[in-house]
Design a protein around this ligand. Structure first.
Ligand code: BGC
Length: 740
């Protein structure tokens, strides 16, 4: 029997299918029917532009590939004008006029640069993460960009690895929450709006676990560790509807991740049902030859496509070899069709088939980039991302009626302050240096400046002048750290000290003015070993690379207009030998005995404590907070029950302030061993001076799940320790039991 759908109902179904994108799928299918194999392969190819002083440039050979229909996407080309010109070639000169996708590394801001991602994660502020990526998307989309290669959601537990600066630090739970917030900010609620862009979860996967912290290096990891630690932030981006993934440069257990069928097809596309597309990292398909996994380019293209990499970034192997591989039966044409379909679908979702130039609008570009409200937000976010590591005797905040010796190679810097992925942010004058920031509070007559030394050189000839400057002022402000290219890609270090002779300069100044207040402001892209410098100075503000408005944000903090609230998301080691060091490690069979510290055999160094210099979750405020009155709703819960835990947080100091309250658990016994502590919740609260608040967390069995030895995700009954704490440095005092 057949029956007719009433017309109103039919219209409704059309609306619903359109909203859910099924309509796009039909359009993609119809388009693909008209495409030749070469044209379908063309969609899987990405080429790139470059830059010169006038802006993005493009090589004529690539222009020809666009005109020939051999290109689906371009990277490193932006500006409304630049993208429009190339889009015109794709639309007007190719047979089917399929528009290009323009992708770019919009990592921590596009023009308005926000603090580096590691810094931003220290705000523990998901709203701010989303706001920063929303603004980045506003600016990027106004410059013709459709797609960012962000967020990087690699868990990173090794500060030698320079790319620790690009992520959210060492924790799975926090990293997953932050990953989602980035995707939401970039993609918004409606991809077809012209101010939203595709996000890209990278680098899939385990890239952050490179041996010895050396970028691109080998990763050997159990599937259990992969599933419990390194995969969850990627899965979180899928839950947030991320549209693209990027494979990585590293090998994982002997198989390069750009040719890894297990992670790409079995987990990402089959198990997680990811419907977007995977782009390779820059020539990472070709690099499988160097890894010793493919004998030549032809084979690398075969492995990449068969493993599930849909688009070849800059490698040219898909363009050159896919047709031959299909003819020879080494690649199934269906795999190429699937890749092409996934790529076209995103173009439909972005609305590029309605108007391929909708993002390339010069008027919108002019109105959007560096909007005053964007800059104001960046200033506030930078202040919320700087971590106060030390503040003896309330050395900070500063009083305005003093004189200041401003010393250090980064004190007047407007260049490094943008950090490693400074995007399209202006490094020639737009960014506010710390010196300029201070001028908002005090006159230049109250500031005596001396550079002292360079960031990296061994030259100490500036020391004498710096010491004289230090002697003249009431307070010494040192602005020191790494140069921006010492973190980020291909920037691993074996030495985690502040580089060059900066540590010696700190020491020399301290010796010359033993009783004066010295404040150290750090700009760097990784946790550093500042064990010695910590002893020389009265206060340390870790400003990371705070971005375009960094100088103003730092000044706001130094003079107390803003109260520091950020907390570390990556452990600071005492020395490089402790690395990798992170809070949620496992216990050993010979843990440090609590009652008998003289016990001979313990899992400890003979020359260093196990404890870090500054733990995960740590950060000071100008005020003080106390935690009291811990309450737990039950001592035992069943599988379908939830537990409520609460604590009273009181602002007991002299300033209003924000506190990041953290919830930790310890699953005492598991069929695979569990970490000694796991973050399972957090809340950032504002308390006026003298105010108190009860913070409550709910725990359900969902929060207790993990992958067991059979790779099944579930929960096991037993005892759990639980705490609400200001950082990961605490001892558990409370417990509950989960019963079947
Ligand atoms: C990096 C990626 C980046 C890509 C495109 C690669 O070298 O590993 O993170 O997105 O280049 O610029």
């Amino acid at each position: 029997m057949t029956f007719k759908i009433p017309s109103l109902c039919a219209a409704l179904i059309m609306v619903i299918t359109h909203v859910h994108g099924q309509n796009y799928e039909a359009q993609v299918d119809a388009l693909m029917q008209r495409m030749t194999l070469e044209e379908r392969i063309g969609q899987t190819v990405m080429y790139g532009g470059g830059w010169d002083k006038t802006g993005p440039t493009i090589n004529t050979e690539f222009e020809k590939h666009i005109a020939d229909g051999n290109t689906g996407a371009m990277l490193n080309v932006y500006t409304a004008k630049g993208t429009r010109a190339l889009q015109k070639i794709a639309v007007e000169q190719t047979r089917l006029g399929i528009p290009l996708l323009f992708g770019y590394d919009v990592i921590h801001g596009h023009r308005t640069i926000f603090p580096i991602n590691l810094a931003l994660s220290c705000s523990w502020d998901l709203g701010m993460v989303e706001q920063s990526s929303r603004i980045a998307a506003e600016e990027a989309s106004a410059e013709g960009l459709h797609w960012t290669f962000a967020p990087m959601v690699d868990v990173a537990r090794d500060p030698r690895w320079g790319r620790i600066s690009e992520g959210a630090g060492e924790d799975v739970f926090l990293g997953s929450a932050i990953a989602k917030a980035y995707v939401k900010g970039f993609q918004g609620n409606d991809l077809s709006a012209n101010n939203t862009i595709l996000a890209c979860a990278k680098h899939y996967v385990a890239y952050g676990a490179a041996q010895a912290g050396r970028d691109y290096h080998t990763v050997n990891m159990s599937e259990n560790e992969l599933r419990n630690v390194y995969l969850p932030p990627f899965k979180a981006t899928i839950d947030a509807n991320v549209q693209t993934f990027m494979s990585a440069f590293n090998e994982l257990n002997g198989v390069p991740t750009s040719g890894n069928k297990f992670t790409l097809r079995d987990i990402l596309k089959d198990e997680w049902k990811f419907k977007g597309f995977v782009v390779s990292d820059y020539t990472s398909i070709n690099e499988m030859i160097m890894h010793g996994f493919a004998k030549d380019s032809l084979e690398s293209a075969k492995i990449g496509m068969n493993a599930g990499v849909d688009m070849d970034m800059m490698g040219e192997v898909y363009r050159k070899y896919l047709k031959q591989l299909i003819t020879e039966g080494k690649v199934d044409e269906a795999a190429v069709n699937d890749a092409c379909r996934r790529i076209l679908l995103t173009k439909f979702k972005l609305g590029l088939f309605d108007d391929p130039y909708r993002y390339s609008d010069e008027t919108r570009q002019k109105e959007t980039i560096y909007k005053p409200e964007f800059l104001e937000t960046a200033r506030h976010i930078a202040a919320a991302s700087s971590v106060l590591l030390k503040n003896d005797n309330e050395a900070l905040p500063l009083s305005k009626d003093q004189t200041f010796a401003l010393i250090g190679p980064l004190a007047k810097d407007e260049y490094h302050i943008n950090g490693n992925w400074g995007g399209a942010g202006d490094r020639d004058g737009k960014s506010v240096s710390i010196y300029e920031g201070l001028l908002e509070y005090v006159s230049d007559k109250a500031i005596f400046y001396s550079k002292g030394c360079d960031i990296e050189s061994e030259d100490q000839s500036g020391f004498k002048a710096a010491i004289e400057t230090a002697k003249k002022a009431d307070v010494v402000l040192l602005v020191m750290g790494e140069s921006y290219h010492m973190s980020g890609e291909a920037a691993s270090r074996t030495n985690l000290k502040i580089p060059g002779v900066q540590p010696e300069l700190i020491q020399a100044i301290r010796e010359a003015i033993p009783n004066k207040k010295i404040i150290l402001v750090l700009m760097n892209g990784r946790p550093l070993n500042i064990s010695e410098e910590k002893e020389e100075v009265n206060a340390i503000l870790e400003a990371w690379y705070p971005g375009t408005m960094g100088g103003l944000a730092v000044a706001d903090l130094l003079f107390g207009k803003e109260n520091p609230s950020a907390k570390l998301t990556a452990t600071f080691p005492r020395n490089v030998g402790q690395v990798p060091i992170y809070y949620n490690m496992k216990n050993t069979g010979r843990p440090i005995p609590k009652n008998n510290p003289k016990e001979d055999y313990k899992s400890n160094y003979i020359d260093s404590p196990n404890t870090p210099l500054y733990p995960f979750g740590f950060g000071l405020s100008y005020t003080t907070f106390t935690y009291s009155d811990f309450k737990i709703s039950a001592k035992t819960i069943g599988f379908n029950e939830t537990l409520k835990v609460s604590a009273t947080i009181s602002n007991t100091g002299n300033y209003d302030g924000q506190e990041i309250v953290q919830l930790y658990l310890h699953d005492k016994v598991g069929s695979v061993t569990r970490p000694v502590k796991e973050l399972k919740g957090f809340e950032k609260i504002f308390l006026k001076k003298g105010e108190r608040k009860v913070v409550t967390f709910e725990i359900s069995t969902e929060d207790l799940k993990f992958y067991n030895a059979e790779m099944l995700y579930g929960v096991e009954p037993g005892e759990f320790e639980i705490a609400i704490a200001p950082s990961s440095d605490f001892e558990f005092e409370h417990m509950f039991e989960l019963k079947k």
